[in-house]
Design a protein around this ligand. Structure first.
Ligand code: ZN
Ligand code: ZN
Length: 410
């Protein structure tokens, strides 16, 4: 067995989810990665976990369900499934998810079945979702290699070799080498990200103006009292954790009604396993009023995504990632948002994280008043490029270059 896996499990338990003595840990993991789930479980109990609750998944079975199950099941759900997640969140459990899936594993399914399912299940698990979005509970998502994923990333090489290359790539992004202490490496990395988010928060920008040669020309207003988040977060109980590993981004929320102009995507966008190579959104007073994609089918998929509910056609996240960040420099397309979002500045349509002062404790109504978007969806799409410029305008009218040629200028 790869000795880096032990380090990886320790890193996820001590930095990623940072499970506390006496705390319940929920682990989501594909069944064929059971050996890794066992390592995580052992590490969690060594760290003093009260109980590890396993939730096994299997992409093949999910796919068969979407393909062949009776149509009416996608319009209903079993209340106990929602109750389980809501109860665990209320009890203060931590949620660790391992993603190890084929990026094309859901190709060919009827996407509307997925959409209908999230429409009924989304509102039922609102309590759990909101506690997670507000970082009240610790949560963490990380990835492990999967055969079809590896073959897609490294075509033309034997499967074993592709899997080894993918493991190397994941370890590079996770700052794991054979002779380092990744827990220490992540303490330093988190400190550097914290420094950058403090600087940006202090500017208290009124708006950011994005421009590049692809045709992006977008002004995004930011709510009064917003702050920049990223790196590690702090739960309601004061526990630090890294929600996404790897992570290179600093992010905040836009003003729901304050986005105007056009933005062009710069990396493939995944809709239920279909990769959309490039698209553009046009915004008016926050709402997406125009969708462009070369392939009409791709445009339809995007239009369905942003029609999921009222908030799905408004932005919920503004994230900055330098063009020369480590993952960007690898210049490898992972076909997985967890990695690819760290290679590029991105935006998300759908729900925002409550990144305004006091936001985590506000009611839905109060958040809306502060200009934050709400939705049952949240989808990142990449907009960074080597020539991206972002100019921030402060509340007293000063213009500050934030990004020049794809990288931080402050
Ligand atoms: Zn993000
Ligand atoms: Zn996001």
């Amino acid at each position: 067995m790869d000795p880096r896996l032990e380090k990886y499990a320790k890193l996820l338990i001590h930095v990623g989810i940072n499970v506390q003595p006496g705390q319940t840990l929920v682990i989501n993991c594909p069944v064929d990665k059971a050996p890794f789930a066992r390592m995580l479980t052992r590490e969690a109990y060594l760290a003093g976990a009260r109980e590890v609750v396993m939730r096994w998944s299997d992409q093949f079975i999910s796919r068969e369900t979407y393909l062949h199950a009776a149509d009416e099941i996608f319009d209903s759900f079993r209340p106990w499934q929602a109750d389980m997640l809501n109860t665990l969140a209320r009890e203060g459990a931590a949620f660790l998810s391992i993603d190890s899936s084929d990026p094309d594993g859901m190709n060919g399914i009827d996407h509307s079945r997925m959409v209908r399912q999230s429409r009924v299940f989304g509102p039922a698990v609102r309590e759990y979702r909101e506690m997670q979005m507000a970082d009240k509970v610790q949560w963490c998502i990380a990835a492990l290699p999967e055969e079809n994923w590896a073959k897609k990333m490294f075509p033309g090489v034997p499967e074993d070799e592709a899997m080894a290359k993918l493991m190397d790539s994941i370890c590079a992004t996770m700052r794991i080498t054979e002779d380092n202490d990744p827990v220490e490496a992540w303490r330093e990395h988190n400190a550097a990200l914290n420094d950058r988010k403090r600087k940006l928060t202090d500017f208290n920008f009124k708006s950011l103006h994005y421009k590049n040669a692809l045709g992006t020309d977008l002004v995004i207003e930011l709510p009064e009292g917003h702050y920049w988040d990223g790196g590690n977060s702090t739960s309601a109980r004061g526990v630090k954790f890294n929600a996404n590993m790897p992570t290179e981004e600093i992010f905040t929320a836009p003003r729901r009604d304050g986005v105007n102009g056009r933005v062009v995507s710069t990396k493939p966008f995944d809709v239920g396993g279909v990769l959309i190579p490039r698209f553009a959104f046009t915004f008016q007073n926050g709402k997406i009023v125009g969708v462009e994609a070369e392939d009409p089918h791709h445009r339809e998929l995007l239009e369905a995504e942003i029609a999921l509910d009222e908030g799905a056609s408004y932005l919920g996240e503004v994230a900055l990632v330098p063009y020369d960040s480590p993952i960007s420099r690898m210049d490898t397309l992972f076909y997985n948002t967890l990695f690819d979002e760290n290679a590029s500045c991105h935006l998300a349509f759908g729900a925002s994280y409550p990144t305004v002062t006091g936001g985590a404790d506000m009611t839905e109504e109060e958040r809306k008043e502060r200009g934050l978007n709400q939705s049952i969806t949240h989808e990142d799409f990449m907009v960074g490029s080597a020539d991206l410029s972002i100019v921030g305008t402060t509340r007293d009218g000063r213009e500050i270059p934030v990004f020049v040629d794809g990288n931080f200028a402050i």
